[in-house]
Design a protein around this ligand. Sequence first.
Ligand SMILES: NC(=O)c1ccc[n+]([C@@H]2O[C@H](COP(=O)([O-])OP(=O)(O)OC[C@H]3O[C@@H](n4cnc5c(N)ncnc54)[C@H](O)[C@@H]3O)[C@@H](O)[C@H]2O)c1
Length: 391
Amino acid sequence: MTIGGRGDEAARPLRLGMVGGGPGAFIGAVHRMAARLDGQFALVAGCFSADPARGRETGAALGLDPARVYPDFAAMARAEGRRPDGIQVVAIVTPNHLHAPVVRAFLGRGIDIICDKPLTATLAQARRLAASAGRAGVLVVLTHNYSAHPMVRHARAMVAAGALGAIRLVQAEYAQDWLAEPLEAGGHKQALWRTDPAQAGSGGALGDIGTHAFHLAGFVTGLAAEALAADLHRFVPGRRLDDNAHVMLRYAGGAKGMLWASQVATGCQNALRLRVYGTAGGLEWDQEAPDRLWFAPRAAPRQLITRAGPGAGPEAARASRLPAGHPEGYLEAFATLYAEAATAIRARRAGLPSDPASALPGIAEGVAGLAFVDACVRSSARGGAWVRLQP
Ligand SMILES: NC(=O)c1ccc[n+]([C@@H]2O[C@H](COP(=O)([O-])OP(=O)(O)OC[C@H]3O[C@@H](n4cnc5c(N)ncnc54)[C@H](O)[C@@H]3O)[C@@H](O)[C@H]2O)c1
């Protein structure tokens, strides 16, 4: 993993704060591991829970100074913004409806932001945030972590280099089964807010994992979706948001797409898969075997390209840490986003221009994800009519 720009200041870890990620939370712990992997961040402050006692529990377990473990995120933003040694970056890992208010609390204090997806709960919030982030001039990184897998980076480079010819078909799917039962009725922490429109937004499986698949498809192909037709469904009785989504897509330039997001697909764990077919060849990538990429050139035998193996290009190498045959996966890809965020944040703080080749997802990708959810909900409400994505 290449990490750029090291001087005195650049050698010191960036001071990181976290909002969310308290006891029993899922993704906060992943962010903490990812932030540590390349030594670019030190967690120094947090507001880990809406319940101050539980937040203190996490702060103590992480060995933080109790004075920097805050009872609410607004107090944290104020106090850290005033400290000479205050946080330089904040990671936001709360349920979706809190992303916008937390980002707003930290914007305008010169604190860069790493926010989990979706950017916000609604498209309107995302658009407002885009405007205020632009004015604040800080970096907002959105953790679409699957885009940082080395073989995804290689796939993107192959498409950009024309190895597939003109793209005709984009098949993206993200299937899980953990919401096949009404876990929310039993108070399951992660299921509760994901099935509540007030906390998740208007997409269920669609917003939670469909946005990852949508981002991945656009990231690899470089294509923008222009219109879609969606069929959203709730299979589990009493559920308030979709647990299954079938979406047809029309991309700029004429490519056709299909996207399936499901959390009731029995037997599927974290089955994110992307297949792209062009006039000169096809590509297949599967998140559960992320070090492998299948390339089928037209009228020639299929090739298996492996991370750090023969044929894996420089984009894959930049996102790799280990020699070939030593599996890398979810955590390493997440850490790559953190390492790239560190490089971009250091550049911004040093007044240097941002890297035009940066593959980091940010505000624009966040707004696009919410526009996708919004269009799917509008289409499905009209019986699957074709609707345009609002840019
Ligand atoms: N990138 C990925 O692969 C990925 C995976 C899972 C979740 N996510 C995203 O991460 C976010 C969190 O998901 P999760 O599964 O970790 O949820 P979770 O329910 O496991 O954790 C949420 C945490 O936020 C805390 N919280 C709630 N209100 C708070 C407040 N006012 N102040 C401070 N903390 C507060 C909760 O106490 C909890 O600790 C969601 O936006 C989700 O979409 C992303």
